[in-house]
Design a binder for this molecule. Structure first.
Ligand SMILES: Nc1ncnc2c1ncn2[C@@H]1O[C@H](COP(=O)(O)OP(=O)(O)OP(=O)(O)O)[C@@H](O)[C@H]1O
Ligand SMILES: O=P(O)(O)OC[C@H]1O[C@](O)(CO)[C@@H](O)[C@@H]1O
Ligand SMILES: [Mg+2]
Length: 355
């Protein structure tokens, strides 16, 4: 008899999630005759009573899902089941309610698509409830360990690069300094990649110590060298080491703070763009569709083989799987000695630590 497997998406949405959903449903039905139950809004769907679910069946028109941003299942990055915020302001462990919700559905396994935070939560729930679980990495932040790429990352980098393509001509036309703040809760993967691809003059990321003083000097040097504009990229988590970080929070984030400070200290007319959720939405690029499809197929194969407690991953031009406990142990941040940083330095991009 075929298995019944559940599928949920969790954490911040990103482009390519629907390609994953399509792949899981197709593989489950066509190769194994499994039923797939979609759980709505991540773990919230299993907390609700009645649980919020829908049966997912492959349709002849499901290719539309490949092109569709967001997640048709809904998602959440709020309401940690182990410390759930209650209306009275207290935090409550509601994990057992989720396990009960899962058990009541008489399911054989759970596939969860999530970033670092979600995969940590879902693996803990799976251990506690004895739920056979397979994880699929997705996050624009690309900070999931043991995979070279998470679904959604390359689309976000393409969007951020396009933002620089659009900022450069207007910066040059108006003799302006443009600051672009990019997402990345704790990591600078989007900023360093888009900074290189989009020709930034300065890229500031949390993994490399940088000072405002050096950024100011680079901007002034550019002007002396005859450049009439500058492109500064800052990851949202980047903070200067020569200024109290609270000033950044007070300004409303690193982008706005840099805009004020660089304008003041260089005399350049400055404009700030905070790209925000534009990086999460939109049509997935070909790479995220391919990655999402490959990881979705492999996740179902693992369930079919009874090889759970693992995350599917992209490594060395191949689809592989790794133990979840290795994934959740540490996040993947930008390697200051790695190839992208070396490339940036090789191109003469200032990373705020040295001129
Ligand atoms: N029910 C929940 N499911 C998933 N994450 C939750 C939940 N409640 C709270 N969180 C917290 O929200 C954060 C998840 O946000 P985060 O944005 O990092 O999501 P993610 O799953 O890691 O994916 P992404 O990085 O793409 O958003 C984590 O720090 C996690 O602890
Ligand atoms: O959608 P929210 O709750 O504003 O979360 C934003 C965060 O989620 C992400 O987009 C993905 O983790 C981060 O880059 C960002 O810090
Ligand atoms: Mg995350």
């Amino acid at each position: 008899m075929g298995k019944r497997i559940a599928l949920l998406t969790s954490g911040g949405d990103c482009a390519g999630l629907n390609a994953v959903i399509r792949a899981v449903v197709r593989r489950a039905h066509h190769a194994y005759d499994f039923d797939v139950i979609g759980i709505r809004k991540g773990t919230h769907g299993l907390l609700a009573r009645p649980v919020e679910i829908e049966e997912l069946k492959p349709g002849h028109d499901d290719t539309a899902l490949l092109r569709l941003g967001g997640t048709v299942l809904g998602t959440t990055n709020k309401g940690d089941p182990f410390a759930f915020p209650m209306p009275d302001g207290t935090l409550k462990d509601r994990s057992e309610e989720i396990v009960e919700g899962f058990r009541a559905l008489d399911l054989d396994a759970l596939i969860g698509v999530g970033g670092d935070g979600s995969l940590k939560i879902l693996s803990r729930l799976a251990l506690q409830g004895g739920i056979p679980f397979v994880g699929i990495p997705k996050t624009i932040d690309n900070d999931v360990a043991r995979t070279e790429r998470a679904v959604g990352y390359t689309t976000a980098v393409a969007t951020a690069t396009e933002a620089l393509d659009r900022l450069q001509p207007t910066a040059a036309s108006h003799d302006r300094l443009m600051v672009l703040e990019l997402m990345g809760r704790d990591a600078g993967h989007i900023a360093i990649a888009a900074g290189v691809a989009g020709g930034a003059d300065v890229v500031l990321i949390p993994e490399i110590d940088w000072t405002l003083q050096i950024v100011v000097r680079r901007v002034k040097d550019l002007r002396v060298a005859g450049r009439n504009f500058a492109l500064i990229v800052a990851a949202e988590a980047a903070r200067p080491s020569d200024v109290d970080g609270s000033a950044v929070e007070a300004a409303g984030g690193i982008g706005h703070w840099l805009g004020v400070e660089l304008g003041r200290l260089t005399g350049a007319e400055t404009r700030v763009t905070v790209l925000g959720h534009v990086q999460r939405g939109g049509v997935p690029n070909a790479e995220d569709r391919l990655l999402g499809s490959a990881l979705g197929v492999h996740a179902v194969d693992l369930v079919a083989q009874g090889r759970t407690g693992r995350m599917v991953a992209w490594w060395n031009r191949d689809v592989v799987d790794v133990p979840l406990e290795e994934v959740v142990a540490v996040p993947s941040v930008v390697d200051p000695q790695g190839p992208v940083v070396r490339t940036a330095r090789g191109l003469g991009i200032c990373l705020g630590d040295t001129l």
